[in-house]
Design a protein around this ligand. Structure first.
Ligand code: F6P
Length: 347
């Protein structure tokens, strides 16, 4: 059996740990061949590949990024794409295809299984933690850790200068990084895409805090938040209107707009930090290395058991196989109870 592996979408700490685990188990335990497909689905379309073996994947466990490269290529964008995928699979003699990715990459894997009968298996990756069916995606813990450290550092400088600090973190439609790092960092306001708050209400919280003698504030905001005003006006901030092959425009910059509004409405000097890709780069936390390794081992087992159209998932303390379709059917958003808990510490 020849097992193809690809990593798609935004990179994420822990990808190499998954590649290492799948390769070591598939080659070492099951005697399969493993082929790395370069740069996501593009590698399959263009047959841009390299063979993987335990030697090639040693010493990459703690390495950020992905040794296979990644892209946001969507084979379904082009009418001939699925045909080309089938042809490549035949030519490369791939008996299984393990796709490591978020909702876009795994959405393709799910369609290839359902519509073309391709033997796909998914591994849930994204710092955004917004995939359904799994308690956590790997990479999320690292991103939260980085964002929390940034908030801690901003805290001391905010306090020294009596400033409001706006910290913009990633999170397109789900505010997981914001809510978790905000709780861990003791943020005074957390704003996430799922739960709109008017800018006037945000400023009232900061003003009330200042009236109590706390002249500094930390405001954590997800990049995907739509700014809203009491008048009913709304605004989404894009850093570019250009869309990727899955139709997503590039976000980023809502923090800058919010910072200006806070300074104007509260009279408190305000600074903005946009964490951006720092959240995605570098070495994974031990938690993510372990989760990614467990996912990789389970994915290899699922190849052996021919569990096609399935994805590895964390359910409590166990790693299970769930339907890929279920995982990509809807975005996993932050539950209201969790946000309301975080809200108890606002102001
Ligand atoms: O991987 C998801 C994500 O982190 C989103 O939160 C963010 O909007 C996007 O990636 C940005 O990725 P890139 O700049 O690499 O396209």
């Amino acid at each position: 059996m020849n097992v193809g592996i690809l990593t798609g979408g935004g990179d994420c700490p822990g990808l190499n740990a998954v590649i290492r685990a799948i390769t070591k188990i598939c080659v070492g335990e099951y005697g399969y061949q493993v082929t790395g497909l370069h740069n996501g689905w593009r590698g399959l379309l263009e047959k841009d590949i390299s063979s993987l073996d335990p030697e090639k994947v040693s010493d990459i466990l703690n390495l950020g990024g992905t040794i296979l490269g990644t892209s946001r290529t969507n084979p379904f964008k082009d009418e001939k794409g699925p045909e080309r995928v089938l042809a490549s699979i035949r030519e490369l003699n791939l008996g299984a295809l393990v796709a490591i990715g978020g909702d876009d990459t795994l959405g393709v894997a799910s369609r290839l299984y359902k519509e073309y009968g391709i033997n796909t298996i998914g591994v849930p990756k994204t710092i955004d933690n917004d995939l359904s069916g799994t308690d956590y995606t790997f990479g999320f813990d690292t991103a939260v850790h980085i964002a929390t450290e940034a908030i801690d550092r901003l805290h001391t400088t905010a306090e020294s200068h009596n400033r409001a600090m706006v910290v913009e973190v990633m999170g397109r439609t789900a505010g997981w990084i914001a809510v978790m790092s905000g709780i861990a960092g003791g943020a005074n306001v957390i704003i996430i895409p799922e739960i709109p708050i008017n800018v006037e209400d945000i400023c009232d919280l900061i003003k009330q805090r200042a009236a109590k003698g706390k002249k500094f504030s930390i405001v954590v905001v997800s990049e995907g938040v739509k700014l809203a005003w009491r008048s009913g006006r709304e605004k989404t901030v894009f850093s570019s209107e250009e869309t990727d092959e899955f139709g997503h425009a590039r976000l980023g910059g809502v923090g800058n707009e919010l910072g200006k509004i806070i300074e104007k409405l509260t009279g408190i000097e305000t600074r903005v930090t946009i964490l951006g890709h720092i959240q995605r780069g570098g070495t994974p936390t031990s938690h993510d290395r372990i989760l990614a390794t467990r996912y990789g081992v389970k994915a290899a087992e699922m190849v052996k058991n021919s569990q096609w159209g399935m994805m590895v998932a964390l359910k409590g303390d166990d790693i299970k196989a769930i339907s890929l379709d279920e995982a990509v059917s809807k975005t996993k958003t932050v539950p209201l109870e969790l946000y309301n808990m975080a809200k108890m510490f606002f102001g």
